[in-house]
Design a protein. Structure first.
Length: 94
């Protein structure tokens, strides 16, 4: 399964993920919180987290849970967005 079929709005997800990191940085008094520092707080490699914000990889449920526990971010909003239309599925009948 590719990222295109797994999470059609991956670009939106990446933006939301970046907002969570930056908002958390402001909340803890570090408005310039880097990807590496945030990843360290989550207990993962900086390169892995960078891939999530770039949209080249999807975070596992355990990483999403760690983000929620650290930041208090609403996972439904992070994954699906608040007030955004759900992704459309295109079915091809053969």
């Amino acid at each position: 399964m590719t990222l295109d079929t797994a999470m059609p709005d991956m670009g939106l997800f990446c933006n939301r993920l970046k907002r969570v990191r930056k908002s958390y940085g402001v909340r803890i008094g570090n408005p310039d919180l880097t990807i590496k520092d945030f990843a360290d707080m989550l207990g993962i490699q900086g390169a892995a987290y960078a891939n999530y914000e770039r949209g080249t990889r999807e975070p596992s449920l355990s990483v999403l849970t760690a983000i929620h526990k650290l930041t208090g971010a609403d996972l439904t909003e992070l994954v699906a967005g608040a007030g955004e239309a759900p992704p459309r599925l295109c079915l091809l009948w053969i």
